[in-house]
Design a protein around this ligand. Structure first.
Ligand SMILES: NCC(=O)CCC(=O)O
Ligand SMILES: [Mg+2]
Length: 330
């Protein structure tokens, strides 16, 4: 037999056979757009560390939602940037029925009922200290008192019509507690997307600028509740607990530096598994593109299909609208 009998390059030779053997394909229906909402009318504020991303008042958010619907993006993840005026030690604005988040949810569901809405459940936009939970006199984030606040927050969002509440706080036991409270209040259809394996990552920096928690957090960090970046067995335990407590979908965050964790989670549990391409990942790709160092469309689409290859069912990304347009050839 003449060498080589097996030529891997045969199937790669032509576009048709490359298409037939492709294992993973990115679709607009894999994507979840991420948006920041602010008070006012006709307001758009650039986020300097995330060029191309703007914080929008509710009217602008409705336009963005319409574009998601047009492009076949199934869902929008909402993050409020409520301003320092409403921040308190106890974060009570989070469960105010007339808070920005709740008004945005009602407006979006009224105009685009078919667009899924994912509400962030953590206290950081609402606390004067920028932590995701309530702190004791030493600044330690207290688990059970925080869960009590997150329950109120989740119920307020569900009441406003949120489709998914998405606890991103990493308190122990909050998924079960929120599930019980939702069931008891009759919100049996409200789904829970658990940020199960959320790492104490430095890739969240631009996000903290966007929601205005960076200055308040100051020198503080989140290592007592978010996961240590060196671990992945711990991620499996976190995911297992959230599934047992009633999570409908689980999340790994950040994305690209944690593809190994994503693969392990998907293989171990076969759950609907989402991944978050976070603000720092966006900023890196955008900065290189703006310098002419990388081809933006090519690297963004490559980064997104890599998440699917690693096991993601859906991807939260600030690039969702751009990527869907590129996929449609627009
Ligand atoms: N709960 C959201 C974050 O913590 C950060 C997301 C990002 O950096 O994009
Ligand atoms: Mg946990």
């Amino acid at each position: 037999m003449s060498f080589p009998a097996i030529r891997m390059r045969r199937m790669r030779r032509d576009a048709f056979s490359r298409a037939l053997m492709r294992e993973n394909t990115l679709l607009p229906s894999d994507l979840i757009m991420v948006a920041f909402v602010i008070e006012g009318e006709g307001q758009r504020e650039a986020v300097p560390s995330m060029p191309g991303v703007e914080r929008l008042s509710i009217d602008g958010l409705l336009d963005l939602a319409g574009e998601c619907v047009r492009l076949g993006i199934p869902a929008l993840a909402l993050f409020p940037s409520p301003g320092n005026g409403v921040k308190t030690e106890d974060a009570r604005e989070a469960w105010n029925p007339d808070a920005l988040m709740q008004r945005a949810t009602r407006a979006l569901k009224a105009k685009y009922p078919q667009l899924g809405l994912i509400g962030d459940v953590a206290l950081d936009p609402y606390t004067t200290h920028g932590q995701d939970g309530l702190i004791d006199e030493n600044g330690y984030v207290m688990n059970e008192p925080t869960i009590e606040a997150l329950i109120k927050m989740s119920l307020a969002q569900a009441e406003a019509g949120m489709d998914f509440v998405a606890p991103s706080d990493m308190m122990d036991g909050r998924i079960g507690a929120i599930r019980d409270a939702l069931e008891e209040a009759g919100h049996i259809h409200t789904r829970i997307l658990a940020y199960s394996a959320k790492y104490a990552s430095s890739f969240y920096g631009p996000f903290r600028d966007a929601v205005g928690s960076a200055a308040n957090l100051g020198k503080g960090d989140k290592h007592t509740y978010q996961m240590d970046v060196g671990n992945s067995d711990e991620a499996l335990r976190e995911v297992e607990l959230d599934i047992a407590e009633g999570a409908d979908a689980v999340m790994v965050k950040p994305g690209m530096p944690y593809l190994d964790v994503l693969r392990r989670v998907k293989d171990a549990f076969g759950m609907p598994t989402f991944v978050y391409q976070v603000s720092g990942e966006y900023a890196m790709l955008k900065a290189a593109a703006q310098n002419g160092w990388l081809n933006e469309k090519a690297v963004v689409l490559e980064s997104l299909v890599a998440f699917k290859r690693a096991g993601a069912d859906a991807i939260l990304t600030y690039y969702a609208i751009d990527a869907a347009r590129w996929l449609k050839g627009e």
